[in-house]
Design a protein around this ligand. Structure first.
Ligand SMILES: Cc1cc2nc3c(=O)[nH]c(=O)nc-3n(C[C@H](O)[C@H](O)[C@H](O)COP(=O)(O)OP(=O)(O)OC[C@H]3O[C@@H](n4cnc5c(N)ncnc54)[C@H](O)[C@@H]3O)c2cc1C
Length: 385
């Protein structure tokens, strides 16, 4: 299971940092429903979260493959990249679509750890996956946009300085294509909290800081519009392949974590005078998920390779996310079963990781929507919506 790829330096660097944050650290944070502030700080200070920021803006200029290894290692060490992964892909939106002035203003400060861009606000309560029908509006008034509406499930807002916001700037009825007429903005979170944005936390199954947001005449300076007005949905879509590939890597990390824990326990736990792992009924499910995680891993590397070579990777990113989220969930189930009753005890951390990895079959994109993408965009089946 030891990876012999060209990323050994990254792997050992992240592992060394994670060694200072053992299971008890994440377990305690989970029990307190807290945020792993010290861990996130350490990652930022060590530069891991600015891996994909180009060197000219103070980052390391690494590709998605390397960035995905960082996320994988965090989860493989028992942590949860969900507390930080937003920074990796949200800065990509500024990098790809922002003006020179926006990049110069934000990226060096993000790379230096002075600013966090952890939040992206897309989902809305009444429209869900049907994003183009979102109801939040941004109306241009001289040198600013006035935002009204509501978002749901917006993660890490309370631990971020900046947020990417998707809102309608032209009514759905007035656009040629439903994907047009939406725009993205950089929102200064602290400023917004004083000027019309309200944050309501959503207690949830995972210890994941996520929120409902309400906008009541929030004024956003026009200079915070990213790219061209009306093209925001396209910009968001451009970033999703990176997000899906990074999350696939996190699931791979989870998968290996579950397999390592199960293998260790199956070797050590003696029942009926023999290690439980001597029974094929116990060892086969471990072998089965290992095969599945390894196979998902190949697709994750393929998606990342295509992305890093600026080649189309929509199908591969979606398939990697699907395979990895499924494999990590099966690994979680297997690990819990292998541990019997002890799997339910918080001190084994399995129930925590079990909850955490389950999320990825729903967010950031649900499994059915991946099937829909493959059916319609790859196989040419009729559009269902
Ligand atoms: C913990 C957490 C954190 C999140 N963080 C963020 C965030 O930071 N920013 C953000 O913008 N969003 C975030 N989300 C939202 C997430 O992206 C959505 O929950 C997800 O995309 C699914 O959308 P929905 O919940 O509205 O489900 P719905 O769209 O209401 O769908 C419900 C179910 O129906 C299925 N379904 C819907 N339509 C179809 C169809 N046509 N065919 C087949 N099946 C269909 C879906 O697959 C799903 O299983 C987060 C969600 C969670 C739970």
């Amino acid at each position: 299971m030891e990876q012999n790829d060209e990323f050994q330096e990254i792997r050992s660097g992240v592992r060394a940092l994670c060694a200072d944050f053992p299971d008890e650290y994440f377990r305690t944070i989970d029990a307190q429903r807290g945020y792993p502030e010290r861990f996130v700080d350490a990652l930022i200070q060590a530069g891991w979260l600015s891996a994909m920021i180009p060197e000219e803006y103070g980052g390391s200029g690494l590709g998605l493959t390397a960035a995905s290894v960082i996320m994988e290692e965090i989860n493989r060490c028992g942590g949860n990249s969900g507390a930080v992964h937003g920074q990796m892909y949200n800065m990509g939106t500024v990098l790809r679509n922002g003006s020179r002035a926006q990049k110069e203003r934000y990226l060096p400060r993000i790379a230096a750890g002075e600013l966090r861009i952890q939040a992206m606000a897309v989902t809305e309560p009444t429209t869900g996956t049907d994003t183009t029908r979102l109801k939040t509006t941004a109306v241009r008034k001289e040198d600013r946009y006035v935002v009204n509406g509501q978002k749901v499930w917006i993660s890490r807002v309370q631990h971020s300085d900046l947020m990417i916001l998707l809102a309608r700037t032209t009514a759905l009825a007035e656009v040629r294509k439903k994907s047009e007429g939406m725009s993205i903005f950089i929102v200064d979170v602290k400023e917004a909290l004083r000027r019309g944005m309200t944050v309501r936390p959503i207690p949830n199954m995972v210890n994941h800081e996520t929120n409902e947001l309400f906008f009541d005449n929030l004024e956003v300076p026009a200079e915070n519009l990213i790219g061209e007005e009306g093209q925001g949905f396209r910009y968001i879509l451009d970033g999703l392949n990176a997000e899906r590939t990074l999350i696939a890597a996190e699931c791979i990390g989870d998968g290996y974590w579950f397999i390592e824990r199960a293998t260790r326990y199956a070797n050590e736990r003696v029942v009926f005078d023999r290690p439980i792992g001597k029974n094929q009924g116990v060892q086969f499910p471990i072998a089965e998920v290992y095969i599945e995680v390894e196979a998902a891993n190949l697709m994750r590397y393929e998606a990342a390779r295509l992305f890093d070579n600026q080649l189309p990777c929509g199908a591969e990113a979606n398939m990697a996310k699907y395979l990895a989220a499924k494999a990590s969930w099966e690994a979680a189930n297997m690990c819990l079963q292998t541990h019997g009753g002890f799997g339910f005890a918080c001190e084994y951390d399995i129930e925590r990781k079990f909850r955490e990895t389950r999320l990825y079959q729903v967010a950031p994109i649900s499994t059915n929507l991946i099937f829909s993408y493959i059916a319609e965009h790859v196989l040419g089946l009729p559009r269902s919506f």
